[in-house]
Write a protein that binds this ligand. Structure first.
Ligand code: ADP
Ligand code: ADP
Length: 225
């Protein structure tokens, strides 16, 4: 069964009198363990699509299913709860909490999701070690390199063992070598954990390493070779 399914998703914005049809009729299904690259020019609607898939934003039409559960009729509390347990996000900028250590940044979402501190810390430490950040656990984000910050953000995204990982230009702010390394880490982790991953990227070399590539054309998803 699909982890993420988008059916006939539509989304428009208004700008004064103008109506911008960003997503017109989006269909997309992603299965466990599958990594999908979303490659499209700026303004095509990639972030909008990721926000709708991640239950951060509602579509105007269509249905978003997470593990086969339709979400459009859920209330905001139900959507938030599903998002916290089933979906992880990585952004272009790490958005880590600056006052907290790397470890605490990975602990917090687990405690918010209901786990006790001891268990959350154990899992956070294990994840940071898996991402080769074991010796960085007590450092604040500002004391880490860009690649390390982004790896902590990845650890945070998967801390609650989500089924779906969504990433918006996760290596867009990194130099090419670091980007390659962080991306490899992301793919390894996704495959190791059987995650379904949808990753927006401008980097075609990185997109080539994923299982499938899709683009947005005139508000519709099209498969790329
Ligand atoms: P991408 O991530 O592919 O660059 P976005 O989804 O961010 O595309 O945006 C698609 C289009 O929708 C852009 O033209 C953007 O300016 C517009 N847009 C995005 N969010 C809003 C909003 N809240 N209100 C109005 N227009 C928006
Ligand atoms: P294994 O999973 O066989 O133990 P790994 O070296 O891949 O081997 O994993 C090292 C540690 O990291 C293990 O304790 C594993 O449970 C943990 N780990 C791996 N992937 C994840 C993940 N996505 N989330 C949490 N822990 C993970």
């Amino acid at each position: 069964e699909a982890v993420l399914e988008l059916r006939n998703i539509a989304r428009h914005y208004r700008e004064g009198d103008a109506r911008l049809d960003i997503l017109v009729d989006v269909d997309l299904a992603i299965y466990p363990g599958e990594t999908v690259a979303l490659v499209a020019p700026s303004g095509a609607g990639k972030s909008t699509l990721l926000h709708i898939a991640g239950l951060l934003e509602r579509a105007d039409g269509g249905e978003t299913l997470i593990n086969s559960a339709p979400t459009s009729k859920m209330n905001d509390r139900e959507r938030t709860s599903l998002r916290r347990s089933a979906i992880g996000f990585v952004y272009q900028f790490h958005h880590l909490l600056p006052e907290f250590s790397a470890l605490e940044n990975v602990v917090l979402p687990q405690m918010i999701n209901g786990l006790g501190r001891k268990d959350a810390e154990g899992r956070a430490q294990q994840l940071l070690e898996y991402l080769r950040l074991g010796t960085r656990a007590s450092h604040r984000p500002s004391e880490l390199s860009g690649g390390e910050q982004q790896r902590v953000a990845i650890a945070r995204a998967v801390a609650n063992a989500p089924h779906l990982l969504l990433a918006d230009e996760p290596t867009g702010n990194l130099d090419p070598r670091t980007a390659e390394h962080v991306f490899a880490t992301l793919l390894t982790l996704a495959r190791h954990s059987g995650l379904a991953a949808l990753i927006a990227t401008h980097n075609l070399d990185l997109a080539e390493q994923m299982d499938r590539r899709v683009t947005l054309r005139d508000g519709r998803v099209e498969e790329l070779p």
